[in-house]
Design a protein around this ligand. Structure first.
Ligand code: GCU
Length: 843
């Protein structure tokens, strides 16, 4: 080891996997100069190993050691010399400490003082003490040793994480539904894993950002989670969480009394059903005394629920609420309720999935038990790149609510696209819903202040997996970090959070911080630009993996994510006067704003209105030209990401640098796939030309189907816009090697960036070679299914379309460019086109 270290060039960081995320406690610049001002004794006022205060002591020791290279001891009662004392307010008072002057703390809150060369960290409860310790370490890890004394209280009591983990692999989603970071850290083969190391590590990460509970299994729940073996297993997960103050909760399958209990009904008003749930709940609390509660998805997307028996959603929620109440647990009842089978757009212009939540919950506000919390997705449809805030937040006045956010990027690039989400969350949380014409920002509804409620808060669908990066990509972890921080304090600035995260995760180097900030802050607007604009939704393939462009998939099916695009018009008319009436679900001021296209913000125009492609936006541009321009602009921004990232080479460890470089290159290529697919689609539909003449005109491209083919044959791609020119080439069978060639007569001799657009399917690992004349420029494999974790796709379409670029390639006029494709498995080495681009040109 020593020998290896000696040979590391100065400044080159050691390889890192990402497993410690933002809790690396890496040595900071000039660490030794701080030694005098950092205490070397930690006093933890609880020596029980399951206590978060004990954990805080261990963490402080590890942190001070790592950050400053300073030895530090932990003791469990006061000692001599300057120390960091951590405990609860009550525990501190017991040791004789004075608490008279302390500011007011609420549950989970903490007080911290670093005045006079000592640190005092006091939690209102045990986990509050741990939160304080993490906060202190976060300051130290940034080299911040200023004297401070302050209290920090969470904005809302519910700061939960939902994991959509299945108990076993299989079905359409593998082990985590919409998870892109590998297998479940909790379950394997139908049961809880023996080794729960990752569960502890996860709890540590979550505690450091103030998360206080995790629902460990999928909302599309399986009844076997409640069998004896699994409850014992789940209790072991709770044991792993406990030292971090993270509570455990479970998603329930509504029909469990029948499916698991052998009853002949799951009617929520049936006595035997009530008794079954009471017994089950009591059994859970025997095993897990600090069990957090339940999460229930009912009567949605094929899930059973109370409506199956003509009972109300309140009847369903109260069933669990009553079982939990004696134990102090809560039930999170999801508002994501809609009946996809009854949606029929062709017949009914008024049908609208967006209306469903309010329609299902109206009239129930005063019928829920007081430990029911309704969990509402931020928008009325489903985690789209832009949605208005769900109006249901204004309909429930007595009933506490949480907002459901998605950290896993289901519709937002599945961690293969950099999309920093907090700027979107901030817009949503700050949005003033004007209930009764009074200030009503969403955050004030969540924290209970607006309607005077005690409960409420945040639920984030995270879906980390066994992959050591947790989410599948290093940069995606900024979303998780910021989620916890914003749930604690929704006034936090997304950019400030990001900068702190970068410092903790990567480096104190200003160029690293600024580069990651520039890229991340540009990423959501860019993604919106190259996917779906003006509130039309993400336009991803909603019938398959929710990845890649497929605008046609939105319409003509009962899933209700409609765009109603035809040859001349586009958008959902959600007005009261002429449309689905959705805009009328908002309080009057907001309803009036959304009712008219002239007062609806451009970025939601097509969410609320059905207009001609030639409709002029407030910007003065037409809808269709805005589409074209935005797709060019957004994808151009994505091209800058790999270039910006490349400046960080040598400034962060090679392992994480390279892993992210690969993803950003991939994103840059896929952004162009998006741009062309969407632009071609609406160009084909509307017949309206791009004023700038870009759409459909690609001066530096050669279609694969126009090249001289040997062993390759043309193949018509569906959807047609997912291939340049509508066709790609595939090998004539899955054992024949194909070659496609073209003489580069149109190009003068010089240096070019050569891009190849191909399709990487999850059913084989073809090999491609790119030759210019006698030189092999590059060789690559279609193995993205192992490399980037997005949902596997088996089709030649916008989800599998991929671009690889070789930069600075010497070309002599007339050289023959040749692609050789070797199929593998069922993947026929498909190629769409090649582009030979003068340096600096992107197309
Ligand atoms: C989305 C997602 C599903 C999920 C559902 C839900 O539709 O695609 O996988 O089950 O949301 O939130 O219940």
């Amino acid at each position: 080891m020593l020998a290896i270290l000696l040979f590391l060039p100065l400044g080159l960081a050691a390889a890192e996997t990402g497993i410690d995320a933002w809790l690396r406690y890496a040595p900071i610049p000039d660490a030794e100069s701080y030694h005098g001002s950092i205490p070397s004794i930690v006093v933890a006022l609880n020596d029980s190993q399951i206590s978060p205060v004990y954990t805080a002591g261990q963490e402080l020791q590890q942190g001070i050691n790592g950050i400053f290279g300073k030895d530090c001891t932990v003791q469990y009662e006061g000692g001599d010399g300057p120390s960091v004392t951590v405990g609860t307010v009550a525990g501190y008072a017991e040791t004789g400490g004075s608490i008279d002057e302390l500011p007011e703390l609420v549950d989970d809150g903490f007080y911290m003082s670093t005045v006079g060369g000592e640190a005092l960290i006091l939690g209102q409860n045990e986990r509050g003490a741990l939160y304080g310790a993490f906060h202190y370490l976060e300051l130290l890890a940034q080299g911040n040793v200023t004297e401070l004394a302050f209290a920090s209280n969470p904005d809302a009591p519910i700061r939960w994480v939902n994991q959509w983990d299945n108990l076993r692999d299989g079905g359409t989603h593998g082990s985590i539904e919409r998870g892109y970071g590998g297998h479940s850290i909790f379950f394997w083969d139908g049961v809880v894993r023996d080794d729960l190391t990752r569960a502890s590590q996860y709890a540590r990460l979550l505690a450091s950002i103030g998360i206080n509970a995790v629902i460990v299994n999928n909302v599309n729940a399986n009844e076997t989670i409640l069998n004896e073996t699994n409850l014992d297993g789940v209790a072991r997960i709770a044991d792993a969480f406990r030292p971090y103050g993270v509570q455990l909760g479970l998603s329930l399958y509504f029909a469990s009394p029948e499916a698991l209990g052998g009853l002949d009904t799951f009617d929520p008003l049936n006595d035997t059903v009530v008794e079954w749930w009471n017994d089950k709940t009591n059994q859970i609390y025997e095993k897990i005394p600090d069990f957090a509660g339940y999460l229930v998805k009912a009567n949605s997307e094929g899930q059973p629920g109370p409506i199956t028996y003509n009972r109300t959603l309140a009847d369903g929620a109260n069933l669990f609420a009553r079982a939990l109440k004696p134990h102090g647990g809560i039930i999170m009842f999801r508002a994501f309720v809609y009946d996809h089978e009854s949606l029929n757009q062709t017949l009914n212009w008024k049908a609208d999935r967006a209306n469903a939540a309010v329609e299902f919950f109206d009239g129930l506000d005063d019928q829920f038990e007081d430990n029911v919390v309704v969990q509402i997705k931020y928008g009325p449809i489903d985690f789209q790149v832009r949605e208005p805030v769900s109006p249901l937040f204004t309909h429930l006045v007595k009933t506490p609510v949480t907002v459901e956010l998605q950290i896993t990027q289901e519709y937002l690039g599945q961690q293969c696209h950099l999309v920093y989400l907090p700027p979107m969350w901030k817009e949503l949380l700050d949005f003033d819903l004007r209930v009764d014409s009074q200030p009503s920002p969403l955050s004030s509804i969540l924290n209970g202040q607006r309607f005077n409620r005690k409960l409420g808060g945040y639920a984030g669908v995270v879906n980390v997996g066994l992959n050591e990066t947790w989410l599948g990509s290093h940069l995606s972890m900024s979303n998780l970090y910021a989620y916890g921080k914003m749930a604690w304090d929704p006034t936090s600035s997304p950019e400030a959070l990001l900068n702190t995260w970068t410092k903790l995760t990567f480096s104190h180097d200003q160029e690293v911080i600024d580069t990651i900030a520039d890229m991340s802050m540009a990423s959501w607007p860019a993604y919106e630009n190259y996917t779906g604009n003006l509130g039309i939704q993400t336009l991803t393939d909603i019938l398959n993996a929710h990845y890649g462009p497929n605008p046609a998939s939105q319409d003509g099916n009962p899933w209700g994510q409609w765009t109603r695009a035809d040859a001349t018009t586009i958008g959902m008319d959600r007005t009261v006067w002429n449309g689905t009436g959705f805009s009328g679900q908002y309080p009057s001021e907001i309803a009036a704003q959304y009712e008219s296209p002239t007062t609806t913000p451009d970025n939601l125009l097509l969410w609320f209105h059905h207009v001609p492609y030639t409709y002029r936006l407030r910007s003065g541009q037409t809808v269709i030209q805005h589409f074209y321009d935005a797709h060019y602009a957004g994808s151009a921004t994505a091209q800058t990401f790999p270039t910006q990232w490349s400046r960080l080479q040598g400034k962060i460890d090679a392992e994480r640098f390279e892993a992210q470089r690969f993803r950003l290159e991939y994103q840059a290529g896929h952004a162009l796939v998006w741009r062309d697919s969407i632009n071609n689609f609406y160009h084909n539909k509307s017949g309206i030309a791009d004023q700038q003449g870009r759409v459909g005109n690609h001066a530096y491209r050669v279609e694969a189907e126009d090249m001289a083919l040997d062993g390759y044959v043309p193949y018509a791609v569906s959807p047609v816009e997912a291939a340049s020119g509508g066709y790609c080439i595939v090998t004539s069978d899955n054992s024949t090697r194909g070659a496609a060639s073209v003489a580069l007569e149109r190009w003068e001799s010089g240096r070019y960036d050569v891009a190849v657009n191909y399709y990487d399917l999850a059913i084989g690992n073809s090999t491609w070679e790119l030759w210019i004349g006698e030189e092999m420029v590059g060789e690559w494999k279609g193995d993205l299914e192992y490399r980037i974790g997005k949902a596997p796709v088996f089709y030649i379409d916008g989800q599998t379309a991929t671009r690889i670029t070789f930069r600075g390639v010497e070309v002599t006029k007339g050289d023959v460019l040749k692609i050789v494709g070797v199929p593998d498995g069922q993947e026929p080495a498909p190629v769409d086109y090649i582009s030979v681009l003068p340096e600096g040109v992107v197309d």
